[in-house]
Write a protein that binds this ligand. Sequence first.
Ligand code: HEM
Length: 141
Amino acid sequence: VSVNETLALANACVTAVAVVCMTAGFVAIRRKNIARHRRLMIAATTASALFMVGFVVRFARFGFRPFSGGAGWRNVYQLVFFTHEPLAVINVPLVLGALTLGLRRRFKTHREVARVALVVWLYVCLSGIAVFALLHFSPGR
Ligand code: HEM
């Protein structure tokens, strides 16, 4: 298996870790466990930051991977990819903003920003994993 494929899988895996941490982090704050929420959201941000490193390395080293599945799956891929991509860009300042506000204990503003950030972040991660699966396992090649 190539370095490129291994990195792609590692990126999908850290993204799955981010999804688990942010979901558990949300459950924690709903249960009013601030310390646990803080830890889990820092863990989720770290996982997504690791993804970013892996993504940049992969993109710089191997470039863009075109879709090579069948025609029907191409429509699915494009729908997922072209919503994933702009939201992934918007997601970066949203998550960093939510994190900073939380760490600075500006909780009222944090709550407002973080509610949007969490929904966007979750969608970006899940659609990112879907993009990975579609690129690597779409039938009809
Ligand atoms: C990217 C990181 C973070 C995200 C996405 C996030 C997400 C959220 C969300 C969605 C809520 C609202 C929950 C609800 O609807 O009831 C919330 C509330 C809260 N978060 Fe975070 N959080 C993050 C980091 C942090 C950090 C680092 C702290 C630091 C202690 C923190 C402390 C809190 C507190 C105290 C609340 C309750 C605010 C209130 O209800 O007035 N969060 N967070």
